[in-house]
Design a protein around this ligand. Sequence first.
Ligand SMILES: *Cc1c(COP(=O)(O)O)cnc(C)c1O
Length: 410
Amino acid sequence: MPQRPGRQFLQVPGPTNVPDRILRAMHRPALDFSSPDFMDIATQCLAEIKPLFGTSGEVFFYTASGHGAWEAAFVNLFRPGDTILMPETGRFSRTWGEMAKTLGLHVETFESDWRTGIDADRVEEALRADAGHDIKAVLAVHVETATGVASDMPALRRAIDAAGHPALLVVDAIASFMTTPLPMDEWGIDVIIAACQKGLMMPPGLSFNAVSDRAYAVSREGGTLRDYWSWKARLDMEQYRRFAGTAPEHLFFGLLEAIAMINEWGTDAVFARHRRLAEAVRRCAACWTRGGALEFNALRPAERADSLTVMRCADGADADMIRFTARECFDVAIGGGLGLLAGKVVRIGHMGDLNDPMILGALAGVEATLRRLEIPHESGLTEAVQFLSETAADPDRRPDGRRWLDPASD
Ligand SMILES: *Cc1c(COP(=O)(O)O)cnc(C)c1O
């Protein structure tokens, strides 16, 4: 098969597009990992990632998928028999909960319809009912990537405080880190679990535990027997052993570049860009729903995530056929349904390195798919173009303050 022309649009909800700048930064020979050259890069990454989490606590790096960082948080904080409260949000919270059970934890949960966010009032009630303070922590998925629903993290903090309960707040931010604000210290979050291949625009392979002083203290008293995952062991190590083995050097070369890019933009601009592009997708998708064959999976507009949009198919429309056709006929890769939503939804990722024409191209590819499959819909492309045109930044500006359109300034 000859290679297809052009680029495939990567709109799955992770991994996301890796910017050329990051690819180029990674394109270099390996280094002696105890050399000052590498040490400087690692030290800079370790220091500069903290403000991105909004924490003065420690951030631990694992050469692992997000699942590895999940397990790291579990074994550092809990031991078999401990009780945790983990409200269900969708397939990712379920898998995370199954991991907890495998590790011997007692998991309390509330089932969910996979279409709405975590009910903070129920969390408060459950904590109030736990007079003996058996519940060690509330564990929540911020943006549930199976459903496209974002839950309200400050509301969870308020619920824990209102119940006067000492439970830790542990958040899976794998799909929200660097797409959506989640200032850890300000919002009273004890542990954030993140990974590099979504908002951080990196190839997969690095994941993180950002840990408050309080959570670190809890881990010193509790937790499971552990070595590789141990926060303490890593903190006690000499710098070059912080990774409990060979450092994933090329991921660090890429990470340093990713952090530099984000700092050049500023995190507020990164979050605003995600919000704006997500809104363009939602405006377009709202038109699609008028044909009656598609609807938003997230029932409450305010809970629709800025990281991805999940569209649900009415009976008769085959979600996997949409996904397959979009990829094979129109070179737009979108995600399919997971768990209970398998075959029922498509998931359009809009995280990471994206701009207006990329989003419009992806939407056009999906809309062409709907036409091709004769799935009833109204066109949403004009709506998306209209929204982007109204909200575009002023083109007549340069970093030095001179005006592009003023010939006298050249
Ligand atoms: C992607 C994702 C995960 C899993 O991350 P992996 O790196 O694939 O292990 C977990 N939780 C959420 C919310 C995610 O979006």
